[in-house]
Design a protein around this ligand. Structure first.
Ligand SMILES: CC(C)(COP(=O)(O)OP(=O)(O)OC[C@H]1O[C@@H](n2cnc3c(N)ncnc32)[C@H](O)[C@@H]1OP(=O)(O)O)[C@@H](O)C(=O)NCCC(=O)NCCS
Length: 304
């Protein structure tokens, strides 16, 4: 007899169990998309490295979750779904079921709990092209707006030609006010909790022209998000990012780009960045909003 499946709210104690489900589901998904590179699941040392790399992000998503649900069978996590709610915008951050338990209705029950219908400003998902996931999202009234692809290269020192001043962020109330103002213009909502986490995880920059902040960005081992009031500044901002990576001795530098951000795409392809594999995601929402042609999402793309 198979053990019953039950659903309960997730906690910080579930971080490693949900991480394993995520890694298993991704390792199973990629070959179906034609991507056969080895994943961290195949090697315990790589899996441990990935856990150390992902842990802070996953814990941040638990601490700031609006809904976090796990499916459990015989004491083991077999699936989970999680969302955040910032300034009225509901975003599904993760939705994964262990491969052996997929296509049996577990996902539907998790999804209904974590990503409800309701009086939200918007409902948003950065989604894989997994057919079960797409069917679920489309049935819940969110539709693809544009694709996102990762571009990367080995960083070189580059000359940054610009009148922008690159100002390292320091966490003051004034900073959060500036970030809120830029987010309100580019995204149409604010999310100070994410900025607080990003500031601890990577280097934040305010891009300043004639004493006025005209954008922000984050660089480091992972890059993004970037939001610019004038997208014509992407060449300067991305070359500054590459320089930072080169100076700190990183092996790779990459960004997760809305493909209609033509200023970023044109610059990246002209400057030797490559799309490393066939993986892409859809940005899905209940209705069009925001100026994503002036934006680059957070990498890895768990949330915008
Ligand atoms: C996406 C995922 C979490 C869904 O969980 P699941 O338990 O497999 O899903 P369910 O069995 O509850 O639902 C599958 C749905 O897809 C539908 N479906 C399956 N194949 C389909 C197809 N080719 N076309 C249309 N609908 C399809 C099923 O009919 C079912 O919908 P219904 O419940 O309305 O009948 C799981 O499959 C998974 O982990 N996939 C890999 C990881 C991933 O890509 N996650 C998404 C991250 S954004």
């Amino acid at each position: 007899m198979t053990a019953p499946i039950h659903f309960r709210p997730g906690t910080l104690e579930d971080s490693y169990g949900t991480f394993l489900v995520l890694e298993e589901a991704i390792a199973d998904l990629l070959p179906r998309l034609g991507i056969t590179d080895p994943t961290s699941l195949a090697d315990p040392a790589e899996l441990e490295k990935m856990w150390q790399r992902r842990r802070s992000l996953l814990e941040h998503l638990t601490r700031t979750a609006y809904q976090f649900w796990v499916a459990e069978q015989a004491g083991e996590v077999i699936g989970f779904a999680r969302s955040t709610l910032h300034d009225g915008v509901l975003e599904l951050t993760e939705f994964f079921v262990r491969p052996g338990a997929q296509s049996g209705g577990v996902g539907r029950q998790l999804f209904e709990r974590a990503f409800p219908q309701g009086d939200f400003k918007h409902r948003v998902i950065i989604a894989t092209t997994d057919l079960r996931a797409q069917a679920r999202y489309l049935k819940s009234g969110v539709y693809p707006r544009f694709p996102l692809m990762y571009f990367d290269k080995a960083p070189d020192p580059v000359t940054v030609v610009t009148d922008l001043v690159f100002q390292p962020m320091t966490a003051t109330p004034d900073l959060f006010e500036e970030l809120n103002k830029i987010d309100a213009q580019i995204l149409g909502f604010r999310r100070a909790a994410d900025h607080r986490w990003l500031l601890g995880d990577r280097q934040g920059w305010l891009y300043v022209r004639e004493g006025r902040p005209v954008g922000y960005g984050y660089t480091g081992r992972n890059n993004g998000p970037f939001a610019l009031l004038d997208p014509g500044d992407y060449p300067a901002v991305l070359s500054h990012m590459e320089n930072q990576a080169s100076q700190t001795g990183l092996e790779r530098v990459g960004v997760e780009v809305p493909l209609h951000n033509r200023h970023a795409v044109d610059y990246l392809l002209a400057c030797g960045f490559k799309i490393p594999d066939g993986f892409f995601a859809f940005f899905m929402s209940d209705a069009p909003f925001g100026k994503f042609e002036q934006y680059i999402v957070t990498s890895p793309p768990f949330f915008m």
